[in-house]
Design a protein around this ligand. Structure first.
Ligand SMILES: Cc1ncc(COP(=O)(O)O)c(C=O)c1O
Length: 378
C-alpha cells in the first residue's frame, strides 16, 4: 500500500508546470538573470519595498526559485517557503533571523553535527543553547528556561533515527510562547508533515532526497508568512546564501520523481533492515519503522556490528561493492558511512556505537544490496 498522499503525488509531478509562468513548458525556464528591469523608477521603488515577493535582484527573489518555494510550501502544508544555497544556509538564516542576544535555544534529540557547531558559534553572539537527548514532553518542559525562544527538533534523529513526540512538544512550545522548528530532511515532506502536527518552522536540506541525484546542494525553510518575511529581511538578504536558479530547476526535476523514489527507498530500506536484524553478525539495527514506531521511514538507517568495533566497521564498509564510501545520502546510489571518523576505543564511552554503520539504501534493488551485505559481513 502506498504511503504517499495522492495529493502530494500530483503536487510533485506538476512541480514546475505553472502555465502562467512557463507558457506550457513542463518545467519552468531557468531564470538566469541577476537583475529584473522595471518599466518605471516608481515601480522599482515599489518593488524594492517588497523584495520578498517581487523579482528585483536574484539575491532576493528569483522566478525559478519561487516556483520551487511555492511547491515546497504546498507539500509541507505551510504558508510560505524560502530556498537557500544549502541546508546549513537555511539553518543559519533561521537562527540568525529569529534570535537575538539573551535568547536561548533548546535542541532536542540527535541533531546534525554542524547545526550544533553553529549553535556553539552563536554563543559568541550571546545566544545560548542546551541540547537534550530525551524527547518526552516532560523532559523538554523541564529543560525550558525563561529565555528559551525556540525548540529545535530532529525526528527521526541523525545517525540513530530515534523519534520524539513532535506533536506533544509543538503543543508545549505553543503553550509557552516558544517557537518550534524541525529538521525534516530525513522524512522529506512526503513521509512527515510537521506543520500539520503544530510545528512552526520546517527545515530541509534539498541536497538529499528532494534532489535525489547527488548533483545539487540546497536548503529550504517553510513556515508562516510573517516569520518567513522576518527571516527574509533580517537574514536571507543579508547573509546572501541564496539558491541559484539552476539548482532550483534541478530540485523541481527531482520533485517530479520524489514520490516514486521514496516508495522504493522505503520498501527496499525496510527489506535490507530486516535482513540485517536477522543476521548473526549484527547487534542492533536503528530503523524507526522496524521498531514498530508509527509512521513510514525513508531508506536511511544504521546498524551496529556484534563484534570487532570501529576497525571491523571500516573493514565491512571496504568490502561492500554496491554501497559507495561517501558522505551525505538520498541519491539513487547506495552509500555507507561509519558513525565515527576515528576509533573511539580508549576514550570515554561514545554515544554512537564504535561499530556503527549508516546506510543510504538507493535504487539498485533490495536483493542485490542484501547479497552485497551478506558477502561483506562474511
Ligand atoms: C539532517 C541534516 N540536516 C541538514 C543537513 C545540511 O544540509 P546541507 O548539506 O545541504 O547544508 C544535513 C546534511 O548532511 C543533514 O543530514
Amino acid at each position: 500500500m502506498s504511503v504517499i498522499d495522492p495529493r502530494d503525488q500530483l503536487i510533485c509531478l506538476r512541480a514546475g508546470d505553472d502555465l502562467s509562468e512557463s507558457g506550457g513548458m513542463v518545467l519552468p525556464p531557468i531564470a538566469q538573470a541577476s537583475i529584473f528591469r522595471k518599466e518605471t523608477m516608481e515601480e522599482l521603488h515599489r518593488e524594492l519595498g517588497q523584495e520578498h515577493l517581487a523579482t528585483v535582484y536574484s539575491r532576493g527573489t528569483n522566478p525559478t526559485v519561487r516556483v520551487l518555494e511555492r511547491t515546497l510550501a504546498e507539500l509541507e502544508r505551510g504558508e510560505a517557503c524560502k530556498c537557500f544555497a544549502s541546508g546549513m544556509g537555511a539553518i543559519g538564516a533561521l537562527l540568525f533571523g529569529l534570535l537575538k542576544a539573551g535568547d536561548h535555544v533548546l535542541f532536542v534529540n540527535d541533531i546534525y553535527g554542524p547545526t550544533l557547531q553553529l549553535a556553539q558559534k552563536l554563543e559568541d553572539f550571546g545566544v545560548s543553547h542546551d541540547h537534550i537527548l530525551g524527547g518526552s514532553v516532560e523532559e523538554v518542559a523541564a529543560a525550558l528556561r525563561d529565555e528559551t525562544r525556540m525548540i529545535y527538533l530532529e525526528s527521526p534523529g541523525s545517525m540513530l533515527f530515534g523519534r520524539v513526540d513532535v506533536e506533544g512538544i509543538a503543543a508545549l512550545a505553543k503553550a509557552r510562547g516558544v517557537l518550534s522548528a524541525i529538521d525534516n530532511t530525513v522524512s522529506t515532506p512526503l513521509l512527515q508533515k510537521p506543520i500539520t502536527l503544530g510545528v512552526d518552522l520546517v527545515i530541509h536540506s534539498c541536497s538529499k532526497y528532494i534532489g535525489g541525484h547527488s548533483d545539487a546542494i540546497g536548503g529550504a525553510l517553510v513556515g508562516p508568512e510573517d516569520l518567513l518575511e522576518r527571516i527574509f529581511y533580517d537574514a536571507y538578504l543579508l547573509l546572501g546564501a541564496r539558491m541559484p536558479p539552476f539548482e532550483a530547476w534541478l530540485f523541481l526535476r527531482g520533485l517530479m520523481t520524489l514520490p516514486a523514489r521514496m516508495e522504493r527507498h522505503r520498501a527496499d530500506g525496510l527489506e535490507v533492515a530486516r535482513f540485517l536484524k536477522a543476521h548473526p553478525a549484527v547487534a542492533r539495527v536503528f530503523h524507526p519503522e522496524l521498531e514498530g514506531n508509527a509512521g513510514a521511514h525513508s531508506g536511511l538507517f544504521s546498524f551496529e556490528l556484534g563484534e570487532g568495533g570501529f576497525q571491523r566497521a571500516v573493514e565491512v564498509a571496504n568490502r561492500l561493492k554496491l554501497f559507495g564510501n561517501a558522505v551525505s545520502w538520498g541519491g539513487a546510489e547506495s552509500l555507507v558511512m561509519t558513525g565515527h571518523k576515528f576509533d573511539p576505543a580508549g576514550g570515554p564511552e561514545p554515544r554512537l556505537p564504535a561499530s556503527l554503520l549508516r546506510l543510504s539504501v538507493g535504487l539498485e534493488g533490495a536483493q542485490a544490496l542484501i547479497d552485497d551485505l551478506a558477502a561483506a559481513l562474511g
